[in-house]
Design a protein around this ligand. Structure first.
Ligand code: PBG
Length: 329
């Protein structure tokens, strides 16, 4: 056994001997205000559609999404992130539904803001729910995703969200330069108080499958590797985050979370900005699937996962487990 300089044995187990002692020395505490709950919104009234690959999560019509937002707020959650499921008939190559001021997303923002005014509303800024091919950007005739033309759409989308009442827009598209362009457009319209949560280091991950099921989006061709990051890279993530910060991002995000704790920890050393991490659909689904098989306890695995994400340096965690975890915190 190793010893202290006074030659008495080091007994680290003394600080683990009982629940209250362990609590006293606990370094990381997961709190309701750390969590952001994603909400999937559909048309209609009193509609609730379970998502088979995201057990415990459902697509909700706006009236039920308002109730869910209220319940989350009462449990201490500070923010929800909204994702609309768009009728395929409204999906067009130039996806103007993405900035329709009377569209599903706009109405969802307005309703939740009106009925749960102290809850912070975050809306995703990306074209994939609105394009027929499921990519996050506009496509040219060579099948490439066009960066700058897409940014024009993202600006329209951000302004529509700001006018509808969001607290934060969250560009998740990974086009270059979009944070600066969105910041400028928001400021020019007087939305200095609308913030930007930039999906800065968003990886081309295999863990987004259940989310795409939830949105009923399937990629018509290719993959997202020309805009989302290569999972092999970490320096590039720091560069992405530094650029977004320079362009005016208020909060920087790493996504996915638990397979990218090294990125969160490195970013923690680089920035003084708050860091968000997105515990994505596949991360949640893996724990739930193993639980169903009787192989793991989902509540314990999810708690440990979220704790590790916070320990690595994230201030805010987007997670489908919010509701489940909160009842145990
Ligand atoms: C869309 C978007 C995605 C997620 C959040 N916003 C999917 C994607 O990029 O394909 C994934 C979230 C999750 O898996 O939980 N831009």
């Amino acid at each position: 056994m190793s010893t202290t300089s006074f030659n008495v044995p080091m007994r680290l187990r003394r600080n683990r001997k009982s629940e209250p002692v362990r609590k006293m020395v606990q370094e990381t505490i997961l709190m309701p205000q750390d969590l952001v709950a994603p909400l999937f919104v559909i048309d209609g009234m009193q509609k609730q559609e379970p998502i088979h690959s995201l057990p415990g999560v459902a697509r909700l019509s706006i009236d039920l999404a308002v109730q869910e937002a209220q319940a989350l707020y009462e449990l201490g959650v500070c923010a929800v992130a909204l994702f609309p499921i768009i009728d395929p008939r409204l999906k067009t190559p130039l996806p103007s539904e993405a900035w329709n001021p009377q569209g599903l997303l706009a109405v969802a923002i307005q309703e939740i803001k009106a009925r749960v005014p102290h809850l912070c509303i975050i809306a995703d800024v990306a074209l994939d729910p609105f394009t027929p091919h499921g990519h996050d950007g506009l496509i040219n005739d060579r099948g490439e995703i066009c960066n700058d033309a897409t940014i024009e759409c993202l600006i329209h989308m951000s302004l529509m969200q700001a006018r509808s009442g969001v607290d934060f827009v969250a560009p998740s598209d990974m086009m270059d330069g979009r944070v600066g362009a969105i910041r400028k457009a928001l400021d020019e319209e007087g939305f200095q108080n609308v913030g930007i949560i930039a999906y800065s280091a968003k990886y081309a991950s295999a863990l987004y499958g259940p989310f795409r099921d939830a949105l009923q989006v399937r990629l018509a061709f290719g993959d997202k590797k020309t805009y989302q990051m290569d999972p092999a890279n970490s320096r590039e993530a720091l560069l992405e985050a530094a650029l977004d910060e320079e362009e005016g991002a208020d909060i920087l995000m790493v996504k996915p979370a638990s397979l990218y704790l090294d990125i969160i920890a490195k970013l923690r050393n680089q920035t003084k900005r708050p860091i968000a991490a997105y515990h994505v659909s596949g991360e949640y689904a893996m724990a739930m699937a193993a639980d169903r098989l009787g192989w793991l306890d989902a509540d314990k695995v999810l708690y440990e996962t979220l704790l590790s994400i916070k320990r690595a340096g994230a201030d805010i965690i987007f997670t489908y487990a919010a509701r489940r975890i909160l009842k145990n915190l």
